[in-house]
Design a protein around this ligand. Structure first.
Ligand SMILES: [Zn+2]
Ligand SMILES: [Zn+2]
Length: 260
């Protein structure tokens, strides 16, 4: 049985096909999924997925790329994480990929938003779902400054270097691999995956984006997460059932800490 530790089932292209996707998941042994929140405005629809389905859980948070949306306070996040089936804070982090002419100094709003999420995660004793793109040095720095290691969590859809992976592992975080791991060009990422201990790995789809080979370019869904597991198993030189079992156990250890 596989767990998709990061998907966006509330996005219209997936939400509109939910019964079909759930049937596909069941058919290939994907028995659980974590539905990720990207704005406060979106939270109710993400939370509904988790409350309406036994095998879905969700997070609460505002993505660093979400602009012109309501800015969360620590209290906002604490109220949401107290609700049933909300097991994580995020996705949060830093993304300097789309600066659109701004300097990194001008992205202080992103760092401040990230700090708010870390403070909430510490107060709520919930893990963080971290998004980092073109900003790994600052992401690790802000986590260290704010004591993010106390909350723990996962660096999702990992595409960074081995050094960044070590930084995340040293802070006690898990590292999650997506369909990118199966892309032909992802040699360096496969080397990083070789280095990350299996008991600190998670697997995810980040669907609807980043469908793994052989579905690359198509709309992704949690039913494709076994392709990520198969690739990770090949890298680790173990059977896919070992990867399925260990990443599922890791998911439980990280997100089901208090039996939620
Ligand atoms: Zn992300
Ligand atoms: Zn995401």
């Amino acid at each position: 049985m596989y767990v998709d530790s990061h998907c966006h089932l509330s996005f219209p292209e997936l939400r509109s096909r939910l019964p079909e996707i759930r049937a596909e998941m069941a058919a290939v042994g994907v028995d659980r999924a974590l539905c990720i929140c990207t704005t406060l405005e979106e939270f109710d629809s993400v939370h509904a997925l988790a409350t309406e389905h036994d095998n879905f859980w969700c997070s609460a948070g505002v993505h660093p790329d979400s602009e012109s949306v309501r800015e969360p306070s620590v209290d906002d996040l604490l109220v949401l994480t107290a609700l049933p089936k909300v097991v994580a804070i995020g996705e949060t982090g830093l993304d300097y990929y789309r600066l659109e002419g701004r300097s990194i100094a001008e992205m202080e709003w992103q760092r401040e938003r990230f700090r708010v999420h870390i403070r909430a995660a510490r107060a709520a004793r919930r893990p963080l779902v971290i998004h980092t793109r073109s900003a790994s040095v600052d992401t690790l720095e802000v986590l260290r400054q704010e004591g993010g290691g106390e909350a723990g969590g996962v660096f999702h859809c990992f595409t960074e270097t081995a050094e960044v992976a070590r930084g995340a592992l040293d802070l006690g975080f898990y590292v999650s691999f997506s369909g990118i791991l199966t892309f032909k060009s992802a040699h360096e990422l496969r080397e990083v995956a070789r280095m990350v201990p299996l008991d600190r790995c998670l697997i995810e789809t980040d669907s609807p984006y980043l469908a793994p080979v052989p579905y690359r370019g198509k709309v992704n869904s949690p039913a494709y997460v076994p392709w990520v597991a198969r690739q990770l198993a090949e890298i680790k030189g173990v059977g896919v059932e070992i990867v399925a079992e260990q990443t599922s156990a890791n998911f439980e250890a990280l997100f089901m800490r208090d039996g939620s």
